[in-house]
Design a protein around this ligand. Sequence first.
Ligand SMILES: C=C1C[C@]23C[C@@]1(O)CC[C@H]2[C@@]12CCC[C@@](C)(C(=O)O1)[C@H]2[C@@H]3C(=O)O
Ligand SMILES: O=C(O)CCC(=O)C(=O)O
Ligand SMILES: [Fe+2]
Length: 379
Amino acid sequence: MPSLSEAFRGHPVYLHHKHLDFTTLQEQLPDSYAWTQPDADHAAHYYHLTSYPSNDHNDDTKGVPVIDLNHPNAPNLIGHACKTWGVFQVVNHGIPMNLFTDIQRACLALFSLPLHQKLKAARSPDGVSGYGRARISSFFPKLMWSECFTILDSPLNLFLQLWPQDYDKYCEIVMEYEAAMKKLAAKLMCLVLASLGISKEDIKWAGPPGDFSGACAALHLNSYPSCPDPDRAMGLAAHTDSTLLTILHQNNVSGLQVLKDGEGWEAVPPLPGGLVINVGDLLHILSNGLYPSVLHRVQVNRSRQRFSVAYLYGPPTNVEISPNAKLVGPSRPALYRSVTWNEYLGTKAKHFNKALSVVRISSSVNGLFDLKEDQNNDF
Ligand SMILES: C=C1C[C@]23C[C@@]1(O)CC[C@H]2[C@@]12CCC[C@@](C)(C(=O)O1)[C@H]2[C@@H]3C(=O)O
Ligand SMILES: O=C(O)CCC(=O)C(=O)O
Ligand SMILES: [Fe+2]
């Protein structure tokens, strides 16, 4: 089976911009990072930075759903959240609080290293793991106010380059975190599938015990340093993840926003001990468009560094994912052709937010119109 690290071999992304040393950029926002012009009337619509209104309401009854995984009705609540939002937060998920403290400590240690040290683990243009900018940077003329480490399976090789003497200090934490996420992701998959009326037995790659042990995943550690001019900067531009599910832990600094159909950008406030679950493009395909992948972005702020840890979870890279037979019928034909995660990552590397429409069979043939996808095409 090709590994995730082979997915980009044919689609190298050259991120040849120089600056990454945010510690030297604290006085004034360099033009290369300015997504909006000062005083420009058109600023509000520049690069869709705020082309949808932001909903800053503090109404607890609205906003991204928070779901207690121990709730007897959890599958239905999850199904409703996936259908209407493409994102939800979970509590009572069984991950001990100290694991979050530990992984956030690892983030602080990693991102606090001097730039020349971090660059020893720099990601190669056709590679997946290592230090650098988000791969999506190559689709934008401006730089994002963030840096990241991507880890596939063991962090050992990466950490050996960063801490030749002390490499095992954080290895254990990362491995423990990945193991906990793998277990939680399998549980979430069962709940999501149940909400679609699909059983584990319908998903061959889930394996006979139905533990999804063949799943593939990447751990993506993000840092968003404090920014001298946050209104003109962009932490991470609007994108969907190519995954089945993404499980995200954020430190106690806000910044994540999701696009809600017809309502605009909604903040996803950090919840102590909570985890954000995003529907990714592969679940969008598997659910035949019933659970749309969520467009999300990150805004930065003037005073506090934000860290997030994304567990990007998908099937074995060579398994064909297609709309599940139980969700396809005369009244709802298959909207997507089948793709492997490996192939889809290549499509995403080439077409970015248009990747879903590239694998779409044909909206006009089916007489159906997928609003969400059309929004994505604007980016
Ligand atoms: C498995 C993966 C998904 C991802 C590409 C990657 O190989 C590792 C990084 C992931 C990430 C995180 C930030 C947003 C994103 C679109 C990107 O550029 O890198 C996702 C990729 C994805 O989901 O397609
Ligand atoms: O930092 C965040 O909250 C979001 C990160 C993200 O979207 C990603 O890593 O894919
Ligand atoms: Fe994301």
